[in-house]
Ligand binder design. Structure first.
Ligand SMILES: Cc1ncc(COP(=O)(O)O)c(C=O)c1O
Length: 392
């Protein structure tokens, strides 16, 4: 069982706010804060390059920590400045041509879909959306029926930005593997709130961010690249960190996934992300999932009982993201009023998941995303405040 008192004592932010915005940015734990600040202090004291040399083992160790978190090897991990960049590295390295097909999910994230549209404009490839099943999740059987020789990429979001839905990422991975189609998984909202294992998922590429449920610092994320794909994949852009200029007309790429990185990055944030991975692993991802999902499930039930509230989460399996609308009060106004009372939540606009939002005619939504360090009392306080804000 998670020691709630201990994890809250480790999380300074819990002293000041009721933080129910872990899908936006989770509260950092003290070890994460120490890792980031400690390295910045060292850079200030002895110099940035010298701090790198002094802490090199720990900096390399951050890759091991993230690899451990998702069941990968160190050489399969690259650190990025956010999940979007990590995802774009993998996506824009795909060799897509006219007539090639990208298959994606209905609840796809806006940044990803915009990239598909760009790619379609540049190359003439096409984008096909896999139908959802009756629960609202991406339907693996529908995917299976769509597969033909033209499908050159399956790219889906595991947990969308706009709700509790969990797409069947591993079932989709099994289909991608069976047909040897590259599979790019956006796991941005999954990492840190549920166990993630790239072997079980069957993905070739997986992107995530540090700041959300993983509780790392802002401005950091990572990409996983399956080792078999490393034999061929070439980043769309390379620098002298990703490759070595070995002769006037020749370069050689690094053997590992870090070929996607560039020379300069924030090592303090890398250390923070590594510390966040260690922290989550120490608590245990099964325990984290059980508590966070349990809090969200209870929250959904209580929300449904509030006059004027419609819970908007879909899918047979639901995570720690809860979304709802109110029939009279706009989501933005609810979020602002909550913030004034010391409660953090966020709002989700239809344009962040346009296909899903259009299909379900979704309005602006309030997104409430508890984590394992939230207490039952905090959820009750939030509900009481919401009742007050929305009272006619
Ligand atoms: C599903 C999903 N993918 C990707 C991202 C982008 O992550 P980042 O802001 O770290 O680039 C988000 C952020 O909200 C997201 O919800």
């Amino acid at each position: 069982m998670i020691d709630l008192e201990a994890v809250r004592a480790d999380t300074p932010g819990t002293q000041h706010r009721i933080h129910l915005n872990n899908a936006g940015a989770g509260l950092m734990s003290q070890p994460v804060i120490d890792a980031v600040k400690g390295h910045l202090d060292l850079e200030a004291e002895i110099g940035g390059y010298e701090a790198k040399a002094s802490e090199n083992d720990r900096i390399e160790g951050a890759y091991d920590s993230v690899a451990r978190l998702i069941g990968a090897e160190r050489k399969e991990i690259a650190f990025a400045e956010n999940a979007t960049v990590a995802w774009q590295w993998a996506f824009f390295a795909q060799d897509l041509k006219e007539g090639d097909r990208i298959l994606t999910a209905e609840a796809e994230y806006a940044a990803n879909y915009i990239a598909y549209l760009q790619m379609a404009k540049r190359t003439g490839c096409t984008i096909d959306v896999i139908a959802s099943d009756a629960s609202g999740a991406t339907d693996p059987q529908a995917l299976e029926r769509m597969i033909d020789g033209g499908v050159k990429l399956i790219a889906i979001t595991w947990i969308p930005t706009n709700g509790g839905l969990m797409n069947p990422a591993a079932e989709i991975g099994a289909i991608a593997r069976a047909h040897d189609i590259p599979y790019l998984l956006d796991a941005c909202q999954a990492v840190g709130q549920t166990p993630v294992n790239v072997e079980a998922l069957g993905c070739d590429y997986l992107s995530a961010t540090a700041r959300k449920f993983l509780r790392g610092p802002r401005g950091c994320g990572f990409l996983y690249v399956r080792r078999e794909r490393l034999k061929h994949i070439e980043p769309y852009m390379l620098d002298m960190f990703g490759a070595t200029w070995v002769a006037p007309e020749q370069y050689e790429m690094r053997a590992d996934a870090r070929r996607f990185e560039s020379w300069e990055s924030s090592l303090a944030l890398h250390l923070g992300m590594g510390a966040a991975a260690d922290y989550a692993l120490n608590i245990g991802l099964d325990q984290i999932r059980d508590r966070a999902f349990g809090l969200a499930a209870a929250l959904r039930q209580s929300l449904a009982e509030i006059q004027g509230v419609t819970v908007r989460d879909i899918g047979a399996e639901q995570c720690a993201i809860t979304t709802f609308s109110h029939d009279r009060v706009d989501a933005g106004d609810i979020v602002s009023a909550l913030r004034e009372s010391g409660i953090n939540a966020s709002a989700s606009r239809p344009s962040s998941t346009l296909l899903d939002a259009s299909a379900r005619n979704l309005p602006h939504l309030v997104r409430v995303s508890p984590h394992y360090y939230n207490s039952e009392d905090e959820i009750e306080t939030f509900l009481a405040e919401l009742r007050r804000i929305t009272a006619a």
